[in-house]
Ligand binder design. Structure first.
Ligand code: EPU
Length: 341
């Protein structure tokens, strides 16, 4: 039976470093411990809140019930021709595994370098960056049903992936704890540098076509991210705080007429994705400071906790930003991280 603690501070377990206390807390290292912890919660009729790397959550207050730190470790793989199916335990760190795969010559994850958090949570929000998203590489995952303790396998279609979205944010929300995920990587590099900022970074590196290796792409992505996005260990944050809104074609056209410099990305159905960072910056919030919380100076999409801020203060700032953007552009921004407590 894993150790169950009471009244544990969750400050070290969330990348925004927000203060909150777990009524009960348990770190689980393998599926058997996870099952035992769930059994304990069932016996005491406690709600169960799983935590991964804590890099996509806002703790608005204390958490009643049992908080589970999912620390399942292990990686296994199967090579079939050029395809390597790699299964990562949910508690493995995302970026460590990106580097591990690159070292093995298993390609496909390089555009997703330096994303904070763990493998399990990556599937919940279908992480994406620089032209690639998890769904592009995804094969399947296994998750434990919190009520029955049963292990259930989900293939890609069953996960219902969308932009920063999956079954686990909708119909499957609060029902499962992801145990491992399987991705299909390739022993043959396939370079994807279409994302404008990435293309520009590679060009600036003046690499000839043969020099553009997956390792270089990974290094360039790390360079761009480090320049724009604050390191949560230094300035606590949860990455993008809002989703980039997808707006109807008519509104996008109207906005482009009014604001010719507004970037927008056409979607297959004619709608357009508009960068929330741009909208927030136009409203004058970039670099805004509200006591211990603020809007990051280099990337307006990122809210930061610069010194002892609370979840309430952070959410008040998010609301101020949401209302400001709504009033100016008629676009209602949606918060990206999950709010607990
Ligand atoms: N922009 C501004 N001002 C800002 C921020 C951005 O004008 O303060 C403009 C940029 O100039 C650019 C456009 O907005 O024209 C897009 O900016 P960027 O390339 O930085 O990407 P993003 O749309 O702000 C998204 C993801 C990031 C991901 C990058 C790269 C979301 C919510 N965010 O950000 O994901 O790394 O693209 O693919 O989709 C995360 O989810 O935590 C995250 C960091």
């Amino acid at each position: 039976m894993p150790t169950i603690l009471e009244k544990v501070s969750l400050e070290p377990y969330n990348s925004l470093a927000l203060p909150a206390v777990a009524e009960y807390f348990c770190a689980v290292q393998n599926p058997a411990e996870l099952l035992a912890a769930l059994e304990f919660a069932r016996s005491k009729n406690l709600a169960v809140t799983p935590l991964g790397g804590g890099s996509n959550i806002v703790l608005a207050g204390d958490i009643a019930g049992l908080v589970l730190s999912v620390e399942l470790k292990g990686v296994r793989y199967l090579v079939v021709g050029q395809v390597v199916e790699v299964t990562f335990a949910a508690g493995e760190n995302w970026h460590d595994q990106v580097l591990h795969c690159l070292q093995q010559g298993w390609y496909g994850l390089e555009n997703l370098s330096l994303i904070p958090g763990n493998m399990g949570a990556a599937a919940i929000q279908n992480i994406g960056a620089y032209g690639v998203e998890l769904a592009d590489l995804f094969v399947s995952l296994r998750a434990m049903d919190k009520k029955s303790g049963e292990l259930v396998e989900f293939d890609k279609a069953a996960c219902e992936f969308g932009y920063r979205d999956s079954l686990f944010k909708n119909a499957g929300r609060d029902r499962y704890i992801i145990v491992d995920i399987t991705l299909a990587l390739s022993t043959e590099p396939s370079i994807n540098i279409q994302y404008p900022a990435l293309q520009a970074a590679v060009d600036a590196h003046s690499a000839s076509a043969s020099e553009i290796t997956p390792e270089l792409v990974s290094a360039m992505v790390c360079q761009i991210r480090s320049a724009k996005l604050p390191d949560p260990k230094i300035i606590p944050n949860a990455g993008s705080f809002f989703k980039n809104p997808i707006v109807p074609q008519a509104l996008a056209l109207e906005l482009s007429r009014q604001y010719p410099t507004m970037p927008s990305y056409a979607q297959v159905n004619g709608d357009s994705k508009v960068p929330a960072g741009w909208l927030i910056e136009q409203c004058g919030f970039k670099g805004a400071v509200r006591g211990p919380v603020g809007v990051h100076q280099q990337q307006a999409l990122v809210l930061v906790n610069t010194g002892g801020g609370s979840g309430a203060q952070l959410l008040a700032l998010a609301e101020e930003v949401r209302v400001g953007v709504l009033q100016r552009f008629g676009i209602d921004l949606e918060i990206e991280p999950r709010v607990y407590g």
